[in-house]
Design a protein around this ligand. Structure first.
Ligand code: G3I
Length: 375
């Protein structure tokens, strides 16, 4: 399958506005604009609160229980937590007839004891399914297995969750279906109706949680993102027309500092989602520097600039109710493993560096929140 970067670097991309930056452009990139360490002492959660929004991070027990400095910072900065892995099928249901709740319980308890909300992740996804899944699931039993799973997990945490990513990443335009749906085991066995089924089951199991459709790759200035935005709007409109209980769109926002964003279209897209009556949650924000030059100063500035520009657009929308980063410190980012740099230096995609110090990105995020609250 062609990756977004391969696509952008291919001949097809020449017709698009969003060309990858040359190394000359890298070094010139907004260097005139300075992000200095501001004197801001308020936490990001307090700054977001001024805007009526929550500020969150992905987190899990394995890290929080072992790194007390990181845990302390996360509690200071965040009003919301998303379990990065512990509520996914492979973790919470290691065997067909055995659930494992210890890690998720630990996180939900931690959140409760620090007045943080929890955003659950997730019920329908094509990844991180347990090893038993393929052997056990058939067209005959899949509906039962899915319903039972959502009833068990959503039911266990009912009343304690702010929201749930009920369905995750089901649009894959490149798979070629007229409805844009990704080819997944869920689609293969249950057809497109599994999406509505998942939302209805989650609503019955936890009537108070906000139910979210969560999607990746909606932000870029290329044909893939444009087409994905359009399919997502169609999917959401179709669900709402059938009375499906979906209340928000999750925009993951796994950005990369070298891949141009389409701010105008993103802004319009946010308004289009609002017109459907849905809230928006920014669910997994980070900014990869995988393809940037080695100079850490340049990298950090471009990453900061990307945070600022993206947050300027989303923070201005009232119906964007939360901004969640996919980890707070470069010490713990999925991109270390999934997007390693060719030069062997670690990716620096988050707001705090590996020593837990605020980066330019933290100040850029802070400035975006402050400036939006002054509009
Ligand atoms: O815990 C096991 C460990 O026991 C084992 O030894 C090790 C061997 O590699 O793997 C460990 O599990 C890894 C897990 O992360 C915890 O670090 C999995 O292999 C690895 O696949 C898993 O990656 C997660 C990834 O989703 C899987 O697709 C990342 O942590 C997580 O950040 C990432 O999150 C996703 C969101 O859920 C959905 N949106 C995209 C986002 C980024 O891919």
């Amino acid at each position: 399958m062609t990756t977004r970067r391969q696509f952008l670097q291919s001949g097809q991309a020449l017709a698009l506005a969003g060309l990858p930056l040359s190394s000359k452009q890298f070094s010139d990139f907004r260097l005139s604009e300075t992000y200095s360490a501001t004197n801001q002492t308020a936490s990001l959660k307090d700054q977001a609160k001024q805007l009526g929004k929550m500020f969150g991070s992905a987190a899990d027990r394995n890290i929080l229980s072992q790194d007390s400095n990181y845990r302390k910072l996360l509690i200071e900065e965040c009003s919301m937590i998303t379990p990065e892995n512990s509520m996914k099928w492979e973790r919470i249901r290691p065997d067909y007839d055995r659930f494992f709740f210890d890690d998720a319980d630990w996180l939900v308890d931690l959140a409760a004891s620090h007045q943080m909300l929890v955003h659950g992740h997730n019920f329908v996804w094509h990844k991180q399914l347990p090893a038993w899944f393929d052997d056990k699931v058939t067209t005959g039993n899949m509906e039962k297995i899915l319903v039972e799973h959502i009833e068990t997990v959503a039911g266990r945490y009912a009343g304690r969750m702010h929201s749930w990513d009920v369905v995750n990443e089901v649009i894959a335009v490149e798979h070629g279906r007229p409805d844009g749906l990704r080819l997944t085991p869920w689609l293969e066995h249950l057809g497109p109706d599994h999406i509505e089924l998942a939302f209805r089951t989650a609503a019955a199991a936890d009537p108070h949680a906000r139910l979210v459709y969560n999607e990746i790759g909606l932000e870029f200035n290329d044909d893939l993102s444009a087409s994905k935005r359009s399919y997502v709007l169609d999917l959401l409109s179709g669900l709402l027309a059938k009375g499906t209980p979906v209340q928000a769109l999750g925009i993951q926002a796994h950005l990369a500092a070298d891949l141009p964003l389409d701010f105008k279209s993103l802004d319009r897209f946010l308004s289009d989602v609002a017109k459907l009556g849905l809230d928006v949650m920014i669910t997994e924000l980070d900014v990869s520097d995988q393809a940037l030059p080695k100079d850490v100063g340049v990298r950090d500035r471009m990453v900061a600039e990307t945070y600022r520009a993206f947050l300027d657009v989303v923070a201005a929308h009232e119906h964007v109710i939360s901004i969640t980063v996919w980890g707070l410190s470069d010490r713990y980012s999925w991109l270390t493993e999934f997007a390693p740099r060719d030069d062997g230096t670690p990716n620096r995609p988050l707001l705090l560096d590996g020593d837990l110090n605020r980066k330019l990105a933290w100040h850029a995020a802070s400035e975006a929140l402050t400036s939006a609250s002054q509009q």
